[in-house]
Design a protein around this ligand. Structure first.
Ligand SMILES: [Zn+2]
Length: 71
């Protein structure tokens, strides 16, 4: 019951969205997870784990928290 599907390769993970930095509707590449210390989680109200995405247009790193707020 704990077998993992092989079709979720993180190195190929992508999503499309609007970049707030360059204003382009472009492709984002998954960079990895960032783990916040408990003090930061309390101060910001963010979750303890944030997914990081890299804009394919301007190479800016964005957090999943921000992108989800864009709908
Ligand atoms: Zn961008």
């Amino acid at each position: 019951m704990n077998r993992q599907r092989e079709d979720t390769n993180l190195s190929l993970k992508m999503r499309v969205g609007l970049c707030p930095t360059c204003g382009e509707y472009t492709q984002f590449n998954f960079l990895g997870e960032q783990h916040w210390p408990p003090r930061v989680v309390e101060a910001t109200g963010m979750g303890p784990v944030v997914h990081l995405w890299l804009c394919g247009s301007c190479q800016t790193t964005l957090t999943e928290t921000y992108m989800d707020s864009q709908g």
